[in-house]
Design a protein around this ligand. Structure first.
Ligand SMILES: *[C@@H]1O[C@H](CO)[C@@H](O)[C@H](O)[C@H]1NC(C)=O
Ligand SMILES: *[C@@H]1O[C@H](CO)[C@@H](O)[C@H](O)[C@H]1NC(C)=O
Length: 804
């Protein structure tokens, strides 16, 4: 019943909006321009500790990166830092506050190299110009480590250049470059020291090997090899050192830092690739700025002083924005939340390059061995603007993670969220409707992925979290617009606005209209591809069911079901082509509901009716096919013709059995709700003081195999549970018995409290957020610094109610 009410409400709103749609085209243009400007520059190479490139500039981007090592001994070169790598075992790396529209502050504590690096990044208000301030200090001044920093820059693209600016003064403390590229225009870069002393102890080694001044030279590197800057540096350095060793020069150990300066040994002609190396005396702090200005800009950053002003404005603006969106009273928890959000935002990257696709290999539905994708072809180039699950371990786009990232991000910057969604939706193939589940674009992104996982295949799907997010955004925009008003509807271009779409939802509707056909293709691709086989069994099953609305994940193996996203969660054994997955059906339900909501907003009445019917069928099928009355659980099922009871339930209590609840597909008046509340609160099964376990302690698969989704606590699912508890039990008009309601409210409080206190405790101890949390002791496990969906803790802290 509640479905229909929602329908009436939303279609009423959309007809009101319809009248306004007339002259929105020009506004949409202006909005797009503003968005492009404010998101042009950022450290979008989020796979680097610090790496800058522009967004949407594909042919001739300027690429920049920072590396460092300890030059007090030769083997220091082995600890040259560049790409984020958990193997580096840094005590800390990441943003304390950050937003790609504004900039922020990244802190890197590198114990092995005895270095404390603090990097500020700030932009001119119009987004055209930027400055990076790199501050370094020894962690322990008594240690004799000598930090050497290497900056590299390359201006990609044919006909582009980046060279020393001969009209400007060059000296020990200042390097001036000037560049030009088709998409970026003409610009200047100034690299200049604010304070610090270069290392000048020990006799000099050679005229071109002298650490008492920076080393700077340029040469040419093919565009697609620029990301190999670390290898290039190491190769050139090795060659230079070997030459010195061969020449038999006697080395004073104090001169080692000079020996480890890079030089242009082969006299390469100047080119677009620049190395700048600075080696500092470690007894005192140092600081230098890199300032980029577009020529003729109205808002240039003229000096380090101006950069200082910009940085302090940026930092206070970041605080103000955070406080505006999230209210967290406790200062420690607030710091935790702000930093965690900053790291989610800091994972946002811009990717451009080819992807490897195998469109030839067919899936044999009868076999469940791992399928090798051997017929890979490179396709593209494609581009993607996306956050990443983990800068170290998964620095690329993930379809199923991204929806969760955006659920968090939309509470902070609604417009940015749509920008990212648009980028993903643009990748839906017009004819097939497919998007790859992992987007690994270009050789830089591929370098982090084992060969066997590089290739994508159009038969494989993943949970459609992006549509879940889009539909929530539409609903929110339309609701907000009904409540809030009296506000000016003028477009704001002076400030850096983040909620324009909430003020002007007709812009969002305009986009929805444009993208609808693609989303529909995607929907069809997903549902056609994952549809299960039930028709042939329908008679022997003897169930009242809708045979079109049954689903299973294509591509499961004996041990894994990667498409489901919950890789090793137990499934039917042995696998069978006729099995049906309750989570696949639930996700099909979410996708259908989302498509229905989008059609409502667009006033597509017939579509709404068609999709509403499918949604109803899915909700029916959940109960008629997947509900097991003995155990009061939703279960996968398989079909076995040899048994009296043809349908065999495959029940494993945990995330999958709760999926219909987590995705709000269960009607509000359902009698089943009490069973979910009971299961989630059961300490002998899945409730723990660290959050809800992925699999019940009483399940025979609990803690077996890789123990990935067979025990550990995952934050994305816990977030959905909390959100659903609020959805079902917050209203005073809810339709459950008093005991269940009381239990549910208690469960909500306890679960929220447990998640917060454990994640905070772990973070407070070692500074990191993790991929999941151990179910026995709460310790962080899986990938470290996993500020993808685990950052949903920020919503738990600052958006969800403290109690129901
Ligand atoms: C924003 O950038 C995108 C990608 O380059 C481009 O397609 C779009 O036209 C731009 N929008 C405006 C309004 O300039
Ligand atoms: C690193 O340097 C910053 C800036 O001086 C300082 O605030 C911070 O406490 C230092 N961190 C460590 C671990 O030394």
């Amino acid at each position: 019943m509640h479905l229909n009410l929602a329908f009436v409400a939303i279609s009423a709103i959309s007809s009101v909006l319809g009248a306004e749609l007339g002259n929105s085209g020009a506004d949409f243009e202006e909005y797009g321009k503003h968005t492009n400007q404010s998101l042009l520059w950022a450290p979008y190479r989020s796979n680097c500790y610090f790496g800058i490139r522009p967004r949407n500039v594909n042919e001739s981007p300027l690429m920049m990166g920072l590396m460092w090592f300890d030059s007090s001994e030769v083997k220091g070169v082995n600890q040259l830092r560049h790409f984020v790598d958990t193997g580096d075992k840094l005590d800390k790396y990441g943003y304390e506050s950050y937003d790609p529209r504004l900039g922020g502050k990244e802190v890197i504590i590198d114990g092995a190299n005895n270095l404390n690096l603090t990097i500020h990044f700030a932009k001119s208000r119009n987004g055209e110009n930027w400055g990076a301030r790199i501050y370094g200090a020894p962690l322990d001044a008594s240690k004799a480590k000598i930090p050497s920093l290497i900056l590299y820059l390359n201006q990609n693209g044919e006909g582009s250049h980046l060279s020393t600016d001969l009209l400007k003064r060059q000296d020990k403390k200042t390097i001036n470059l000037e560049g030009s590229a088709l998409e970026l225009g003409d610009y200047e870069i100034k690299i200049s020291d604010n304070f610090g002393q270069y290392y000048e102890r020990g006799p000099s080694v050679a005229h071109d090997l002298d650490s008492s001044k920076p080393s700077h030279f340029s040469f040419n590197v093919p565009d697609d090899e620029v990301w190999k800057a670390r290898d290039i540096f190491q190769t050139m350095l090795t060659e230079s050192v070997q030459k010195m060793v061969l020449s038999g020069t006697k080395m004073n150990p104090l001169s080692l830092p000079s020996l480890l300066m890079i030089r242009n040994l082969n006299n390469f002609a100047p080119g677009n690739f620049h190395f700048v190396q600075k080696t500092f005396d470690s007894h005192q702090p140092f600081e230098f700025d890199v300032i980029f200005n577009k020529k003729g800009s109205k808002q240039p950053i003229r000096s380090s002083g101006e950069l200082t002003t910009l940085i302090s404005w940026t930092m206070s603006e970041l605080d103000a924005r955070f406080n505006n969106k999230f209210s967290i009273a406790d200062p420690d928890l607030k710091r935790f939340a702000q930093e965690t959000l900053a790291n989610l935002m800091g994972g946002i990257g811009y990717f451009h390059g080819t992807q490897k696709v195998d469109r030839t290999t067919e899936f044999d539905e009868e076999q469940f061995e791992k399928i090798d994708l051997k017929e890979a072809r490179e396709e593209g180039p494609l581009q993607l603007f996306s956050s990443v699950p983990s800068r170290a371990f998964f620095p690329r786009g993930f379809y199923w993670d991204e929806g969760f990232h955006l659920l968090q991000m939309k509470e902070y910057d609604f417009d940015l969220t749509l920008e990212i969604l648009q980028s993903w939706f643009a990748l839906i193939e017009d004819d097939s409707g497919w998007i790859a589940r992992e987007l690994i674009l270009g050789s830089e992104a591929r370098s982090k992925v084992p060969e066997e996982f590089q290739v994508q295949n159009p038969n494989i799907a993943n949970p459609p979290t992006l549509l879940l997010c889009f539909s929530e955004m539409l609903t929110l925009a339309l609701e907000e617009n009904l409540i809030d008003d009296g506000l000016s509807h003028e477009m704001s271009v002076t400030g850096v606005e983040t909620g324009e779409l909430l003020r002007r939802p007709e812009l969002l509707t305009l986009y929805a209209e444009k993208i609808y056909p693609k989303l529909l293709r995607h929907y069809e691709w997903w549902t056609d591809g994952q549809r299960g086989y039930a028709e042939e069994y329908i008679e022997s099953l003897g169930l009242k069911m809708h045979p079109e609305e049954v689903f299973r994940w294509v591509g499961r193996t004996f041990t894994h079901c990667l498409p489901s996203g919950l890789d090793d969660y137990p499934r039917a054994q042995p696998p069978d082509v006729a099995e049906l997955h309750v989570d696949a059906l639930s996700w099909a339900g979410v996708m259908t509901r989302s498509m229905k909501q989008i059609s409502q907003v667009l006033g597509l009445t017939e579509e709404v009716q068609r999709l509403a019917k499918i949604e109803e069928n899915i909700v029916d099928n959940l109960d008629s096919i997947h509900w097991n009355e003995q155990s009061h659980t939703y279960c996968d099922v398989t079909i076995d013709d040899d048994l009296d009871e043809v349908r065999k339930f495959v029940c494993h209590e945990g995330y999958i059995s709760l999926m219909p609840f987590a995705l709000k597909l269960v009607p509000k008046d359902s009698e089943k709700l009490k069973w979910f509340v009971e299961l989630m609160g059961d300490t002998t099964k899945i409730f723990s003081e660290y959050g809800i376990l992925s699999l019940s302690k009483q399940d025979s698969y609990f803690e077996t195999g890789e123990i990935y989704w067979r025990g550990p606590v995952w934050i994305n699912m816990n977030y959905l549970f909390l959100d659903s508890l609020a959805f079902y039990f917050q209203d005073s008009d809810q339709q459950q018995d008093a005991i269940t309601v009381t239990k549910a409210k208690q469960l909500y409080r306890d679960l929220r409290e447990n998640l917060i206190s454990n994640m905070y405790k772990v973070w407070d101890e070692d500074g990191y957020v993790y991929e999941n949390y151990n179910h026995n002791n709460g310790r962080g496990s899986g990938v470290q610094h996993f500020t993808g969906w685990s950052s949903l803790i920020v919503n738990i802290l600052g958006r969800l109610p403290e109690e129901l």
